[in-house]
Design a binder for this molecule. Structure first.
Ligand code: GLA
Length: 394
């Protein structure tokens, strides 16, 4: 099993590394170092833009930003992973569409802060990340949140983690042009170690729910399929539009306002192609409530069937699964997993698997073999425990 960095352990090394990178690129010491994690969602997929519920955890992989405030209004960006030289931008010139590379995410945060009326200026930012990109683990939210937290401190903005998450989401919607909901940024900003984050998007509230699979001899594995189907980009916006249209036709503000009992009536009123979308969102919101009740009762294993039912719904009703994620789920369940599902937007990316510790290694072998037999690239498997959300490290 691929080892994952444990929070705290290795953190000092990561801080030193990003500080050294900053000095190498910008020739000075940073004012500080901030981190924000990626996430996996336990249940509650494609519910956030329907004003609904979700239950993500932060993963131990982080994006680190070493940052130094500048007084001349320049925003200079450099990434250990990104290709190319330093990106040099004028804060006053930031407009949507002006930056089309990875720099759109940090630049978008600075733009969103200005749009929200916050007094900010320039900065030098050097970025270093262990969050896999394109794996459905929210590397962009981690980048946005790390920058938002850095700016919040550098400019003394006094913003709460949720307010910074909102800025990060605004950056992604308004500047990078991705019509995502709130889940990823809220997870990266507000998660806590050992806890899942129960999000109620409409109410704008979240609560921490203990999630400790290891106390029941269980493990949560992430299987990064290492595929991302291009189809995903346009399809996400189309699905979101479909949900909004269905809510409008039913005279509702959002699909959050429907309960499972309303489904037969909604089925009679809506055009046939919208019915499965609605069914997924409504049943998925109910699955979040059920999962939270089990966690509150300390019954982690009871999440298994809920997780698997979530996958069936995403595959059959929402149609955002794909051959690779289905293969992981089917193989994992055959190898004794308690539950498995794709996590995130879909069309590739990662699968989460809840499994008893004693079956974990045989399961890894089974998934790896199944991928080889299907002619797919070898997947990445790693275990995760709920990690802390965005914070200052130095
Ligand atoms: C992506 C989006 C989120 C959410 C998920 C699906 O990760 O960024 O806002 O909609 O897909 O649950």
């Amino acid at each position: 099993m691929t080892g994952t960095p444990v929070p705290g352990n290795g953190e000092d090394r990561a801080v030193r590394h990003v500080e050294e990178g900053f000095r190498r690129v910008f020739g000075a010491d940073p004012d500080g170092v901030w981190a924000a994690p990626g996430r996996v969602n336990l249940i509650g997929e494609h519910t956030d833009y329907n004003d609904g519920f979700a239950l993500p955890i932060a993963i131990p992989q982080n994006t680190l930003v070493a940052a130094r405030r500048r007084r001349d209004g320049r925003l200079r960006l450099h990434s250990e992973q990104g290709e190319g030289p330093v990106i040099d931008l004028g804060v006053a010139d930031l407009v949507p569409g002006a930056v089309t590379t990875w720099g759109a995410y940090p630049a978008g945060v600075v733009w969103a802060l200005r749009e929200a009326g916050h007094e900010t200026g320039g900065a030098d930012l050097h970025i270093d990340s262990t969050v896999p990109t394109g794996a459905g683990l929210s590397s962009s939210a981690a980048l946005e949140c790390a920058v938002a937290f850095a700016y919040g401190d550098l400019y003394g903005l006094g913003l709460t983690p949720s307010a910074l998450a909102l800025i990060a989401q605004r950056a992604e919607n308004g500047f990078a042009g991705v019509p995502c909901g709130m889940m990823d940024q809220m997870a990266s900003a507000c998660c806590a170690a050992g806890q899942a984050l129960h999000l109620d998007i409409r109410a704008g509230v979240h609560e921490q729910v203990p999630f400790a699979p290891e106390t029941e001899g269980l493990r949560l594995l992430v299987v990064d399929t290492r595929v991302k189907h291009d189809l995903g980009d346009g399809a996400y916006a189309a699905l979101r539009a479909g949900c909004e249209r269905a809510a409008g036709l039913l005279g509702l503000a959002a699909l959050r306002d429907l309960s499972p009992d309303d489904l037969p009536r909604a089925g009679r009123l809506l055009p046939a192609h919208l019915v499965p979308l609605v069914r997924h969102v409504v049943t998925e919101n109910a699955r979040v409530a059920e999962a939270v009740a089990h966690l509150r009762a300390g019954l982690v294993a009871a999440l298994g069937p809920i997780i698997s039912a979530g996958h069936a719904s995403l595959r059959d009703d929402y149609a955002v699964s794909c051959a690779e994620t289905d293969l992981v789920v089917d193989t994992a369940l055959e190898a004794g997993a308690l539950g498995a599902r794709m996590t995130g937007g879909g069309f590739g990316g990662s699968v989460i698997v809840l499994v008893a510790e004693e079956h974990a290694s045989a399961l890894e072998t089974a998934v790896t073999r199944a991928f080889r037999a299907a002619g797919y690239r070898a997947p990445h498997l790693f275990a995760v425990s709920p990690a802390p959300g965005a914070r200052r490290l130095a």
